[in-house]
Each structure stands twice: as structure tokens, then as C-alpha cells.
Write a new protein. Sequence first.
Lengths: 456, 292
Amino acid sequence: MKLLSYFRGEAFQRGVHPPSCKLTADRAIRRLPFPPKVTVPLSQHIGKPPRVIVRVGQEVVRGQPVARTEDWLSVPHHAPVTGVVESIDLRPTARGPWAPAIVIRAHPGATQEDLWGQPRDMAGVGGAEILQAVWDAGMVGLGGAAFPTHAKLSVPKQAKVHTLVVNGCECEPYLTCDHRVMVEEADYLIQGIRYAMRATGAVRAIVGIEDNKPDARAAIRDAVGRAGKLPEGEIFAELVPTKYPQGSEKMLIMALFGVEVPSGALPLSMGMVVNNVGTLAALGRLLPAGRGLTERVVTVTGSGVARPGDYRVALGTPLRFVLDYAGAPAADAMDARQVILGGPMMGQAIASLDVPITKGVSGVLVFRREDMAERESRQTYPCIKCGECVESCPMGLNPSALGMLAAKREYELMGEDYHLGDCFECGCCTYVCPSNIPLVQQFRVAKQILREQAVA
Amino acid sequence: MGSFSDLALAGAFMAVLGIALAMLLAFANRKLYVWEDPRIGEVEELLPKSNCGACGQAGCRDFAEKVVGGAVIPAQCTVSSVQQRQGIAELLGVAAGTVEKKVARLACGGGHHVAFLRARYAGLRTCRAAAVVSGGGKECAWGCLGLADCETVCAFDAITMDRHGLPQVDPEKCTACNDCVEVCPKGLFSLEPVSRKLWVACKSQADGDTAEAACEVACTACGKCVADAHPKLMQLAGNLAVINYDWNDHASREPIERCPTGAIVWFEKPDRPVKGAAAKKILRNEPLPVLH
């Protein structure tokens, strides 16, 4: 298959080229030990929280379901460690408000093997059964959005999917967890892609990888060769230009096929489903074993840690424990403002180090105090109408005008006439703004208010 | 002479057209006429025209229609003066009626001098924006962020930020229009009738020790107020003292007296919350440092 758009040197229009800073790209994934306690928030995904099915004082083993749900837009949770349920209570979250969570005290010396789940034969299992298995595994998109995977893979009756797009771009600077997963777990990834193709009915799958990761493409091509001829269809691995935000699904489709997904529409309307490589590799690992999602790969990096790397972390591990293990300064010598959850472009500043790693956390960035001090002293100036943000917005919006409307609280106008709904908060406009205007933060507030109005 | 006949023809044509259109308009005026009570306009003239929505209607015009229709009483416009209400009542020949005055009340007492910060927030200076960033800088996840969204949104100038970064509501100016209730990202404001004098000025659902470590005036759910109050009036729920205002007639100052932190207050006057005798005295005026 010829992917002409790449050879023409076009990706999508606009976008930015931040320094890649991938410090950990050539370090193998390592496993983190269990913390003494894990905190499993019930709401780690988009959708309703599930319902708790364990009691305080109950012993649970790693992989045992601790929360269950019948609601389609929700996922169950599994105990990340073997231990005792210590409390079911409100706990702090990275988003801010305290939320219900299950706290499990790990047994000292408990094994990291999964002790729950029956291996099952996945050969010839149909789409509906795969969807159910994905749901039971508690899978959400591991790229960061944490949308329930079974809902994303289920195709409505009237729609037809021909292509599964596998997102291996990892365009965020610093993050390398997807890169390492592609290199080290290519066989699991191929398995996961096959299940997803069966579930969606896609006849081909294309892994899109930014061209700064040729080793990942080589690993996937090797794995495709090892897998031989597949009954589900062909799997391709293609390079796309390195540019931020290439990992957004609409940008990736533009780079691979040269077509634009219309405003307000999903890739599904064009017969495509986009999934992250981390999600599919986890599917390939969990489904044949009949297990639930109990851990994920997290990139811990930045100038503030002595041992940056990609770590396999039990879900619910407190951030403080992860930082301590990765060689961040002692607790009294650092504070939460040095830490960002996620990548530097779309990640979130946090106000407390007591929040747990959840299913949607792909990275932990730690900076030295000196680095942060310089940033914090930056002043915000009025908009000088230079148009840099318009030149950078991958969705073709006008962030400058949106920012001025947000300052005047004209939220409805922003939504109706300026297509605020198309903004996916990639951060390009804020990154290039010479006046340091926090545009994305304004848009997040505006979108939140519009959502509230829509509900009311 | 041709030009004169052209002129006459054009003039005659325009005259006929004019008459035809005039007849059409006259016909439409008869057939499509909608009678509207002239009193609606008169009532609207007597309303404050702030379109604030405090009455629960879509605006002053909507309220005027409902008043004339008899669906609501004039006193439900809490923004208008007594004279205005009386004027409307006389115009319509109904009683102005009385509606108990409501004021906006803040369920938080944690100013900068008593509530710790866990991080210093440096972004956009609005509560909404701060709440998006990990819930803002307050150690207490429920507490007032103090960035004055409510002061900005209040159209009646009833809210001012005090020196500790807490909004103070002027009950004289407050019209209970609900704007502050909607704007607060922490949901701390509610509209309360002034007869509700007993008030829990805290929303922290953290356990007692955690709540008190974050804020010196937090409700620690110690239960002394519940023990002292009328049995139906107060109870503990979600690490908080909760008042059941159905039993407001039995409210007294008694429950506040033993409150160790002063989270339970008594509004002696609508603008003057009083703490109990056992509440710890806060002598500090300067802001507390950032924790961690």
C-alpha cells in the first residue's frame, strides 16, 4: 500500500516542533516493586464509576475484580496487589475533588504474578465475545484519554469499519512508554491488533509511527513476519513525519491517508477506528490469560529524577512512591509544582504528591526547582495579534480570537461561531504564544462551562 | 405629450398599488391581531429590568406576564423595592404578598489566615481556571479558592472579598439571583431564607483530623452540635454536620456553643455570623504558609 502523503512530505497542516527530549528511549521497561498501599479510585475513566464488590477487611489477590459495572460506559477494576482492603473512602485525585477509592494494603512480599483469571483459547473467538472480554478486563485507552476500550471497539450496526488505525506516534516530548512497548512487546501488540480487528470487523490495520522511532517499526515488521499470514487481514507499519500533535487521531489519519475527518465527526464515520499501541499490547497480553488490567507502563523522566526510565507500575501506586524509586529528591526537598502528570504539552500540573497512578497516566515529568523557577517568573502580556497561534493550531481554529472571547466570558459565541468543540487542547497555541497567554486553560474552562450548560 | 401620459400611468399605478397594499395591511391587522393585556407593559415598566432571574422566571417580561396572569405574586420579584411591588399590586388589584427574603450564603470559613495552601497557583486569576488545575491551591479540596469569581459575577455589587480572601455577602444588596451559586466551581454558595440562622460554614468531607490539618475552622464531625441540638434538627453525614431545615423552628444558638473549631455559626443578623463560646480564637491576620 502506497502512503503517498508521507512521501510528499506532508503531515497535517500547522502544528509545532518542540524539542523531543526522549531521555528514556533506549532503556528497557523495568518493573516497580509494590508500594505498601495502593489507592484504586473508582473513576479512572470517562464514564460512570463502577460499584464496589469487596468489603473493608476482605483479602484480595492480585487481579481479582474489586469493582463491577453493568453500565456500558464504565469499566470494572481489579486489585493491583495482593493484600487486605483497608478502606473504601474518599481519597484525593489528580483532578482535584476527592473521589471514592478502594485502598488496599499489600501483603509484604506478595508475588507480582497475577493470581486470578483463567487462560482461555482465543483462536476463533468472535467479535462479541472479544468485546465482552475487553470489558471484563477493565480496559481503557492507555494513551491518556481513558475512554473505555470496549465502547471504542464496538461498531454500531449501521456503520462499517474497514481499517484499524494503531496509534504509535507518541508525539509528546519526553514520553517513551509507547515506544518501548512497541519495541519490547511487538508480539503482544500484534495479538491485540488481531483481537481488535476481529471485534471491529476491520480488514486491515496500520500502525502509524513517527519517523524518529525506526526501531519500533522494525520490531513490528519483524513481529508481523513471525505471525505469518493472518486470517484477520494484513497489518502494516508505516512511518509518519515527526511533528506535534501527530498522535491526535485526526492528525494521524490525515498523515496516513491524506483525508480529513470532518469537524464534529468521529473517524468511525470514515470507516476507521483508532487505538493506542499501549492499549492493544495490553489487550494482547491480558485477553489470552483472562486477566484484568492491574498495571501499566509509565514514563518517569525529566531533569529532576536521577533514574529516568519506563516503569511497569501497579495501578494505584502513590506518586510519591514512584518518584522515590526513580530517584527524585527526598520528599522535603521537592514539592508538587515540580511534577506534571502526562506529557509536557497536554499533561496536568498537580497540587499534591499523594495522588495515585491511574489507568490514564502515561508519564510523570519531574523538573528541578531551578528549571521551574525560570518558568514561573514568566509574565503574561496582552495579545499582540501576531498570529503565531493561528499558524500553529492543527485544527485551523483562531486561538487568539477565542482567547479574547474567553476573557469576556462569551462562551456560547466561542462554541457556536468559533468551533471551540474542535479544540482538543493540544497546547500548540500556548506553546508558541510570545505573550505567554494561558490559552488552553481558558479553553478548558470554557468547554467545562459549556458542558455544564448543556447538562442544565 | 407622451411623457405626460407615461407620468399619469405611473402615478395611477402607484396609487392603485398603494391602495391594494393598504387594504392588505388593514385586513391583516384585523385578522391576525393578537390581543395583549396592556397591563403587561405597565407592570414591566414598574419592574427593575435587571433580568436577573431571581424570581425564577426567564426575565422581567416573562415575570410581568406571569404576574398579570396571576401565576406569581408581585413580591416574588425580590429585587424590586416595596414601593414598586405595591405599585404593581395596586395596578392589578391584587395583594403584593410577602416572600421571605433569601440571601446567598457561603459554606466555607477558610480564609487565607486559617486554611493552608498545598501549592501556589500561578495561572489565570479566576476560581474556575484554578479549579481546572488539580482543584486549585487550597489544601482543602472543598474550600473557597478566593479568586473572586463570585464578586465579579454579582450584578448587584453585593459580594466583596475580605482581607482573608473570602467573599462577604451584603444581605441588603443581595437579591438571591443565583448567579454566585452557578459560578462557584466548588458549589459553596446556596440561597437561604434569612430565618435560617443556624449554619454549617464548611463542606469538607475529609475525616476530622485531615480536615482540621487543612483548615483551622473546618467541621471535624465531632458531633457535639448534634448532641446539643433538637434531635431532628441536626445529624452527621459524610464527615459533616448537616442541618435539616424542616425543623428550623427548633433551631437555637445552643448547638454552636460547644463547636471546637467554630464551623457551626449562628446568624444573629443576616450579615453577622456568631461563633460559639468554645470556638478557638483566631488571632492571626497574615496568610498561612504553603504546606509540603
